[in-house]
Design a protein around this ligand. Structure first.
Ligand code: ZN
Ligand code: ZN
Length: 387
């Protein structure tokens, strides 16, 4: 690392000049390269990356580019390092930083807003109006590591202190990578939705956000919590994470099942994580009048929606692209208090050098993979039971 003035380091955690980093070439092509270790600026720290989880959005970015936006365009052949669900150890402090200490374990959230637009001023930094404007003479200071700036498939990364979440020693590296996933579900349900104890929640789609959405809803006292999906092994994990009822939509009509399980009534919330073509129309029929539907999946196709049903029934429909309003801190609090065991969705760990294998496991769901983690410190590939 090229230490500028005011950067603090510690001899017990020496930092090399260069690091291994995966960079995106053409679509679908990742290459292992050497990059200089970046130096933290004001309000930033340097994180040594100890573990990084692969997200469906990473697969999307690597193959199709969007939603990453580098230098105002597609991320291919721009020396860009993807990866955004990482955790690690603080190894250098930028000028004036005293909020964190060297040696502290942290996990990260993705977005550091510009801090000066209307949305950032409202605390909605993940909806920053200057999204992706972080280059050349339009640098507004917006950062979203792994989306608009370099991410975590490497050995070190700089992070704004607002994106850090301190974690206890009792939390494993792998579990810590899942805080941002739990924080995403939490943001949709509580910060944007207003969920309080006793309200009813349906989660459609048992992917990582859906499964941790079940866990968060249950931990906050929602009742009942109902999970719908097509894979029995994932529905079983949802049950273990707190779902009162699970519905395999291959065996029964999801809308009818939800109403039956909720005493004949619609529920208060649906967290839609399936991206299925019928998902929105199903969700608006699962909620009761005045209910809320949070959309957290990215479907590839445009789908027709029964707008008249939404209007007649005063239904609220809103999208989330990730975490926000520091929901990650509240998710971390539930996890460190052992209110649920997020590690149940972590299934595989590979070495950072084996990233292409790890990606293949995540993409093809080999061996029932759910969350696949890569670790920089040369761990051997092994499977951990997802109980
Ligand atoms: Zn993600
Ligand atoms: Zn902003």
């Amino acid at each position: 690392m090229d230490t500028g003035t005011g950067v603090k380091t510690d001899p017990t955690l020496p930092i090399a000049q260069s690091m291994k980093a995966w960079v995106l070439g053409n679509p679908g092509e990742l290459k292992l390269a050497e990059k200089p270790v970046p130096a933290p600026k004001r309000a930033e720290v340097l994180v040594r990356i100890d573990a990084v989880a692969i997200c469906a959005t990473d697969l999307e970015i690597i193959d199709h580019g969007s939603p990453a936006l580098i230098g105002g365009g597609m991320p291919f052949n721009k020396n860009f390092t993807p990866g955004h669900e990482y955790m690690g150890t603080v190894v250098a402090l930028g000028p004036g930083v005293d909020e964190y200490r060297i040696g502290q374990r942290v996990t990260v959230e993705i977005h550091a807003g510009c801090g000066q637009c209307k949305r950032c001023r409202q605390g909605m930094y993940t909806s920053c109006l200057n999204y992706g404007l972080n280059y050349g003479d339009v640098d507004k200071g917006h950062r979203a590591n792994g989306f608009t700036t370099d991410g975590g498939f490497c050995e070190y990364q700089v992070n704004n202190i607002n994106t850090l979440v301190a974690i206890p020693d009792s939390m494993s590296d792998e579990e810590a990578t899942l805080v941002v996933t739990a924080g995403t579900a939490m943001y949709g349900l509580t910060e944007l939705g207003g969920l309080v104890a006793g309200e009813s929640v349906v989660v459609t789609g048992p992917g990582p956000i859906g499964l941790l959405g079940v866990a968060v809803a249950k931990a906050l006292g929602a009742s009942p919590v109902i999970l719908t999906g097509t894979r029995d092994n994932r529905l079983k994990i949802g049950h273990e994470l707190g779902a009162d009822h699970v519905v395999n939509v291959r065996n029964e009509n999801a809308v009818e099942a939800v109403r039956r399980l909720n005493g004949g009534k619609g529920v208060d919330y649906v967290l839609e994580c399936s991206g299925a073509p019928s998902a929105v129309n199903d969700a608006i029929r699962m909620v009761g009048r005045g209910g809320k539907v949070c959309l957290a999946a990215f479907p590839h196709e445009e789908t027709p929606v029964d707008v008249a049903h939404i209007v007649r029934n005063n239904i609220y429909l809103y999208g989330i692209r990730g975490e926000g309003r520091s929901a990650t801190h509240r998710a971390e609090a539930l996890m460190s208090q052992k209110r649920f065991d997020a590690a149940k969705i972590h299934t595989h760990t590979f070495a950072l050098d084996d990233l292409p294998t790890a990606i293949r496991y995540a993409k093809e769901r080999i061996d029932d993979a759910i969350k696949v983690v890569v670790k920089a410190k040369g761990v051997a590939a092994h499977r951990l039971a997802a109980e």
